[in-house]
Design a protein around this ligand. Structure first.
Ligand SMILES: [Fe+2]
Length: 226
């Protein structure tokens, strides 16, 4: 299979797990959820987390692996694939995004999540948005107003400017089709499959609950690593 692109890591030893310090797509793993399915209750119920993780997320992973198998992009990093994702089949964009976005989402939640970030991230949020409450409002609004299925993001551009955006379907800010390319720091899934069992049509209630399960340590780590 050939997608006729300049794949930066096609010469990489196929046994290597990383390309330019980033995970090689073909070696991506489907890791176990780092907390119990019921750990996010009462904010996100056990069955929702279980189906979301073990069915939806797993399917995106499986379909992404199938989409890149035996192609020249199999040995590229996922981030490099996203940089040219518009050149690849829709299955790469949809399932690659689905895999990567859910990895960020489940990682940036935890039981008894803290209510506030700390340190340099909090300073940057306050500087950018005026206050944490204003950031929270704008981020929540991005999720509430995303028509149909998609994501809300806290992102950082290559000058370390923070901003909020949202993306449709399984697109993300790392992709070449993004309105403003950036690094995602905080991911919130607003597909109905993320909340419908518990909240039905009340996406706003799910978004309000989400603030109780954010793992700010992970978000701050992403912020500092850039
Ligand atoms: Fe999802």
């Amino acid at each position: 299979m050939s997608y006729n692109v300049n794949a930066r890591c096609t010469q990489t030893n196929n046994q290597a797990v990383k390309c330019n310090g980033e995970q090689i797509a073909g070696k991506a793993e489907f890791k176990a959820l780092p907390y119990a399915y019921d750990a996010l209750e009462p904010y996100i119920d056990k069955l929702s987390v279980e189906i979301h993780y073990s069915k939806h997320f797993q399917s995106y992973y499986n379909n992404f692996m199938a989409a890149i198998k035996s192609s020249e992009i199999e040995s590229m990093s996922i981030k490099d694939i996203f940089k040219n994702v518009s050149k690849y089949p829709a299955a790469v964009r949809n399932n690659g995004g689905g895999y990567y976005n859910h990895m960020l989402y489940f990682e940036n939640m935890k039981a008894n999540g803290s209510g506030l970030p700390t340190g340099d991230l909090l300073k940057a949020i306050n500087k950018t948005f005026g206050s944490f409450d204003e950031f929270k409002k704008q981020f929540s609004d991005a999720g509430k107003t995303r028509f149909g299925s998609g994501w809300a993001w806290l992102c950082m551009d290559n000058k370390r400017n923070l901003f909020i955006c949202s993306s449709p379907n399984q697109d993300n800010p790392l992709m070449d089709i993004a309105e403003r390319k950036s690094t995602p720091l905080l991911a919130m899934d607003v597909w109905e499959h993320a909340y419908y069992l518990e909240y039905q049509n009340k996406r706003t209630d799910y978004i309000d609950a989400f603030w109780n399960v954010i793992n700010w340590d992970i978000v701050e780590k992403r912020f500092m690593n850039k």
